[in-house]
Each structure stands twice: as C-alpha cells, then as structure tokens.
Design a protein. Structure first.
Length: 100
C-alpha cells in the first residue's frame, strides 16, 4: 500500500494565484472551500477560523447535514445551527463524565 505522492511542480501548478493568494495553510483552504460550498464566501474568515479551532469531524457532520437538507433558505445558517448543536452535545457528554 504505497502512497501516491505528487511532485511539487504538479501541486504548485494547480495553485490559483488570484483565488488562493491568502491561503498558506491547509485549514485556510478547507475553510475557504467550506464557505464556497455553503454559498457564504463573504464570511470566509469565519469558516477559516472554524476550520482551525473546531473538530474536523463536527465540521464534516454539519456540512453533510446541510448537503442532505431539502430546500434550504440559508445553508450557512443551517450549518451554524447544526454545528452549535454538535458542540452542545459534546459539552453535555463531558459534563456527564465529570459527574460520574
């Protein structure tokens, strides 16, 4: 099972200087792509911050929840709602563990 690594020239060739000029880390790219998927590119900095500080599993669950939703007025709003629901569930679980 070998990994298929790409040459640095191939990776740099796919880099779009005009679109990706402020992206230097992986979490920034993930946040930018997430903002695009949710149709909320105006708040791309928020999604970059979430990608840096929030569990990637929670972000993926919330993103997939939005993808599966039917006739959503605001994908970004639904995403944030689901993300806060996941975070609250995690906090409740940690509180229960502390009490036992």
């Amino acid at each position: 099972m070998g990994r298929d690594f790409k040459k640095i020239g191939e990776v740099l060739g796919r880099f779009e200087n005009t679109k990706d000029k402020y992206i230097s880390r992986e979490f920034q790219k993930y946040g930018y792509d997430l903002a695009q998927e949710l149709g909320d590119i105006r708040h791309k900095a928020l999604y970059m911050k979430l990608a840096k500080e929030t569990s990637r599993a929670h972000l993926e669950i919330a993103k997939n929840f939005v993808k599966d939703a039917y006739e959503v007025k605001s994908k970004a709003r639904l995403f944030m709602w689901k993300l806060s629901q996941l975070k609250n569930k995690k906090a409740d679980t940690q509180e229960e563990r502390k009490r036992s």
